[in-house]
Design a protein around this ligand. Structure first.
Ligand code: SAH
Ligand code: SF4
Ligand code: F3S
Length: 448
């Protein structure tokens, strides 16, 4: 059926779900539409709503469909007409036409094609079908407008896609093969971010530490070389990167943690499970022992580094003994923070057809035990920082008068009462700790 034509939208809202790369993409779509003369507004009032979706677990996907229904209902109640709906992100890539059939949306655009959004919106307004899930050879970034308004802590995507094919994961299918953005483009974008007010840049990629490219002199290098180049940008105070794969964690990057002062002492290095049998079935291609030895090297380079990870419980075939190995790995690492998920079978992935799928109650119970251990370690990490003095980058206002919230070097949320403003870096002493955040008081640095 041919969709009915709609008037061209004048206002828009973007809602992003999923990982930080989606947040980055959402911001870039907003910039693109603003550059086309559309005005950003709240989702309740917008003529065009872009849902920038995530496909990683079943719940994330179902949420998209329930959101579409809710948006339409609200819009009808508010102004009696249906907004134009565009589905972007990984659900768009994975489901394609299926979303148009199931939810009658106006535009479907994949994560590598959103530079074509203006053209797709125009097509939809003419009542034409508007679907683009292509993975062009030339990357979208060159077709996007320059960065203008950015927060103190900004994201910068440097690498996309994944060639690892963990047996549970949709990312290699939704984001495509591993591609690194060219060095010069990244350095230019980083400078533009700093000129627009960013003090901290987090380099993003599905496997960010697999980034490779040639520097200005033609020498090829890895993420550590790029980090060292960004280190030279005046005005940039802090550098972070996420997410890394254990197999791409090379010596140069570990050394950068010892040598580059702007590189923050934090590493998100997902392990997923503690049993070699399960790691093998997951196709992780690292072992429990190689992961632990890697962390020893990272800690030797940067003793105060805060470690973070991702875990999946209830992967097909996971026995109580396998799960006990995940708990013992957690005990030996003592993560500063971590994310943990119940295994979710994803259509088209090898694990979805494996024997030994784990019942929901068993997964629930394992997840509770794992999260109790991770929460215990997070609280202990926070408590151990009490008494430390560190720089804090203020990112937003808190709920109380005069309250500001910022991030410590170890990525803790720090609450502070101060006359400083968002975007300032202030010297604080951490004075008390909770499970999810800590409190600081400002210390006036002694003048040199
Ligand atoms: N590239 C990153 C992570 C991408 S997805 C990496 O390899 O570390 C983020 C996290 O979602 C994964 O680390 C994993 O813990 C979780 N995840 C991915 N697929 C999943 C699935 N099918 N079920 C449950 N959790 C999943
Ligand atoms: Fe998914 Fe594995 Fe690739 Fe991470 S490394 S994105 S978990 S396939
Ligand atoms: Fe989700 Fe796609 Fe990111 S599936 S986690 S939005 S790469």
């Amino acid at each position: 059926m041919k969709p009915a034509s709609k008037t061209a939208p004048r206002t828009f809202a973007v809602k992003s779900f999923g990982c930080q790369m989606n947040v980055y993409d959402g911001d870039r779509m907003s910039e693109l539409m603003s550059a086309q003369g559309l005005t950003a507004t709240d989702p309740d009032q917008a003529d065009l709503i872009v849902l920038n979706t995530c496909h990683i677990r079943e719940r994330a996907t179902e949420k998209v469909y329930s959101d579409i229904g809710r948006i339409r209902k609200h819009a009808m109640a508010r102004h009696g007409k249906n907004p134009m709906i565009a589905i972007a992100g990984c659900v768009a890539q994975a489901e394609g036409e299926e979303i148009v059939r199931r939810a009658k949306v106006d535009v479907v655009v994949g994560p590598q094609a959103y530079h074509n959004l203006p053209e797709l919106i125009a097509k939809a307004a003419r009542g034409e079908s508007a679907l683009d899930t292509g993975m062009p050879v030339e990357m979208k970034f060159g077709h996007l407008p320059a960065r203008r308004r950015v927060p103190p802590s900004a994201f910068l995507t440097v690498q996309e896609g994944c060639d690892k094919f963990c047996t549970y994961c949709v990312v290699p299918y939704t984001r495509g093969a591993e591609v690194s953005r060219p060095w010069a483009h990244i350095v230019d974008e980083a400078k533009a971010l700093v000129d627009a007010g960013a003090k901290e840049i987090t380099l993003l990629g599905q496997n960010v530490n697999a980034w490779e490219g040639e520097d200005g002199s033609g020498a090829s290098g890895g993420l550590d070389g790029l980090i060292r180049a960004l280190d030279r940008i005046e005005g940039l105070k802090r550098i972070r990167y996420t997410t890394s794969h254990p197999n791409d964690m090379r010596e140069g990057l570990i050394r950068a943690h010892a040598e580059v002062e702007k590189l923050m002492p934090f590493l998100h290095l997902p392990v997923q499970a503690g049993s070699d049998r399960i790691l093998k079935a997951m196709n992780r291609s690292h072992t429990r022992d190689s992961y632990l030895r890697l962390l020893d090297r990272v800690r030797a380079a940067r003793p105060d580094i805060a470690l973070s990870g991702d875990f999946i419980v209830g992967f097909p075939g996971e026995t109580e003994a396998d799960f006990a190995e995940t708990l013992s790995l957690v005990d030996s690492v003592a993560y500063a923070q971590a994310f943990s998920f119940k295994y979710s079978p994803r259509p088209g992935t090898p694990a979805a057809d494996m024997a030994g799928q784990i019942p929901a109650e068993v997964m629930d119970e394992r997840l509770q035990r794992l999260q109790a251990a991770l929460n215990r370690d997070q609280e202990a990490f926070n408590a151990a920082t009490v008494g430390r003095t560190c720089a804090l980058l203020l990112e937003r206002k808190g709920k109380l008068p005069g309250q500001l919230i910022g991030k410590s070097p170890w990525l803790q949320s720090v609450h502070l009462v101060s006359d400083a403003v968002v975007g300032d870096l202030v010297e604080v002493e951490i004075v008390s700790a909770g499970a999810n955040s800590v409190a600081g008081v400002e210390r006036v640095p002694v003048a040199a």
